[in-house]
Design a protein around this ligand. Structure first.
Ligand SMILES: O=C(O)C(=O)C[C@]1(C(=O)O)C=C[C@@H](O)C=C1
Length: 364
């Protein structure tokens, strides 16, 4: 017993020594970030220029690659994410606007991308997030773009066409839905379930099995649903885990989504795009000159240069009937020679052409 205690004490002493060393190293790192900030200031970077998405992506990729455990890759990445977030806040405190209210999946995407050391500004709509960043009131913004939960994809794409902002990052989040209710509530007492209609749809089978009698009520967002459930006896909400903390609710049932692989993609928008990080994506919006064979003609250079097209989305142009804008995602950075060559050819073929940004691919 004495031996065990001795071992325990000895190990705690080693942990104390390591903590002291870690702390000194963290502050040394922060000092270096401060010096980098001085260099950036001397170079005259703008308000938002202290944040370097391509450098952060490289740092986090290196963390993941060299990790040998026992801490899981995602955990060490999360820790380093927070270290960089704190260093950046020391260089220049940033404000990031997001599609609110607090506790949405978009806020979870913001956390994942920027860490805890940024000020957050919840906005009521995607348009407001754009306006806030365009006006310079917020340095960056986070909006959902693809799939599911908050319902909005096309609005984000449409808004981009008339915005000077660039995409400077993406976040891919696996969406886990939680059934939330007031602390002490039990499943048998739930008569009504609030959520965004897409979240209700994503949990339909679970609801059919576990709450077949409960009324399902569609709300503007999952966070609104959580707020409502906090106010009402016998009510529950389907929302992100973060909403439980914000609205003082308990998780009555965890991960109730029918499809376990359900993901949503978010974009980080800002005044300028990111530099090359080594694993990037370029998003552009184009329209063709000719009606017939337009898309084939536009995409031919992408294939000819051996590039990977990861997404094509078409939207009515709103300029003329039957004219379409195509949103394209291509692997690579616009400064990569093959991408640059393909884009030049594509531009020659297009009647409308705008690069929305080159940015680091999300780590999934
Ligand atoms: O390398 C830089 O440019 C830094 O400012 C340092 C640092 C970091 O903490 O590693 C901080 C903020 C930037 O977004 C990127 C990296």
């Amino acid at each position: 017993m004495a031996d065990d205690n001795g071992n325990l004490e000895g190990r705690r002493q080693r942990i104390d020594a390591i903590d002291a060393e870690l702390q000194a190293l963290l502050n040394e790192r922060a000092r270096l970030a401060g010096e980098i900030a001085e260099i950036k200031r001397a170079e005259g970077v703008g308000e938002a220029g202290f944040y370097r998405p391509e450098r952060e992506a490289q740092v986090l990729r290196s963390v993941r690659e060299r990790n040998q455990g026992p801490l899981p890759d995602d955990e060490v990445v999360r820790l380093f994410r927070e270290i960089m977030s704190a260093c950046l806040a020391l260089e220049r405190p940033l404000t990031v606007a997001f599609l609110g209210p607090e506790g949405t999946f978009t806020e979870a995407a913001l956390d994942r991308h920027f860490g805890q050391s940024v000020a957050r500004a919840p906005m009521g709509s995607i348009g407001e997030v754009f306006r806030e960043v365009e006006a310079g009131t917020a340095h960056y913004g986070v909006v959902p773009v693809e799939n599911s939960t908050e319902g909005v994809v096309t609005h984000t794409l449409d808004r981009f066409v008339r915005s000077p902002l660039a995409i400077c990052g993406e976040v891919v989040l696996r969406i886990h839905q939680q059934l939330l209710a007031r602390p002490g509530a039990d499943l048998a007492g739930i008569q009504r379930v609030y959520s965004h209609q897409q979240s209700l749809a994503q949990c339909r089978e679970w609801l059919d099995t576990h709450l077949p009698e409960a009324e399902r009520v569609a709300m503007a967002s999952n966070a609104e649903a959580a707020r409502q459930a906090a106010d009402e006896e016998g009510a529950a909400a389907i929302a992100a885990a973060a909403a439980a903390d914000h609205y003082e609710l308990a998780v009555l049932a965890a991960n109730i989504e029918d499809e376990p692989d359900n993901t949503t993609r978010f974009l980080v928008i800002g005044p300028e795009e990111a530099g090359p990080s080594g694993a990037d994506k370029t998003t552009l919006v184009v329209s063709g000159r000719n009606r017939s064979g337009t898309l084939q003609a536009l995409l031919a250079p992408v294939a000819a240069h051996g590039l990977n097209l990861t997404r094509v989305e078409s939207r009515p142009s709103r300029q003329a009937v039957w004219e379409y804008l195509f949103f394209l995602d291509i692997e690579g950075h616009r400064q990569d020679p093959a991408v640059a060559a393909a884009l030049a050819e594509l531009e020659a073929e297009a009647s409308f052409y705008r690069i929305l940004g080159s940015y680091p691919q999300a780590a999934t």
